[in-house]
Design a protein around this ligand. Structure first.
Ligand code: INI
Length: 165
């Protein structure tokens, strides 16, 4: 049996972080959680590129620019969409999820989802360093793991490490 899984070592990896400014106080906490996680896992702050966009709807296009330019190994999408504040919730939340997924598939660069979608602002805060963790940090970990996994999967087969369960 051959089993592959990414490692959580970010040394030498380059990351783009695309952040929607809408609900920026909460978005900032998600960004801080992501950066803290990347650095604690070995990333150099000089290898992080942070791009602010107006809102979550604009995240996919900026993510595509970053991923397509080839200067990053993964993109972390960060945003805060709160249903209580907009009848457009379903459009904005749906579009950012669909869009970042499409970017990832088209560019073959991992784009992870640190976008909080919540019913209320209180729920959003709970997911940005509150009682339900930090979704930015979770997305950063997922990005590290996916870079590592893809490197293993894309390496010549004979060079792959065998991790048997
Ligand atoms: N953008 C968000 O990131 N979160 C929201 O909750 C939100 N609301 O409530 O509307 C939101 N709207 C802005 C949207 O992302 C675009 O920036 C805007 O429509 C301009 O294209």
């Amino acid at each position: 049996m051959e089993v592959e899984a990414g490692k959580l070592i970010a040394t030498g990896m380059r990351f783009g972080l695309v952040v929607g400014r809408f609900n920026d106080v909460v978005a900032q906490r998600l960004l801080e959680g992501a950066v803290d996680t990347l650095v604690r896992h070995g990333a150099d702050e000089g290898d992080l590129t942070v791009i602010w966009v107006p809102g979550s709807f604009e995240i996919p296009l900026a993510a595509q620019e970053l991923a397509g330019a080839g200067g990053v190994d993964a993109v972390i999408a960060i945003g805060v969409v709160v249903r209580g504040e907009t009848p457009h919730f379903d459009y904005v939340a749906g579009e950012v999820a669909r869009g970042v997924g499409a970017v990832s598939m088209q560019t073959r660069v991992p784009v992870t989802f640190g976008v909080v979608t919540a019913e209320t602002m209180e729920q959003a805060v709970d997911r940005a360093g509150g009682k339900h963790g930090n979704k930015g940090a979770d997305a950063a970990l997922a990005a590290i793991e996916m870079i590592s996994l893809l490197r293993a999967l894309r390496a010549p087969r004979s060079g792959r490490r065998r991790i048997a369960g």
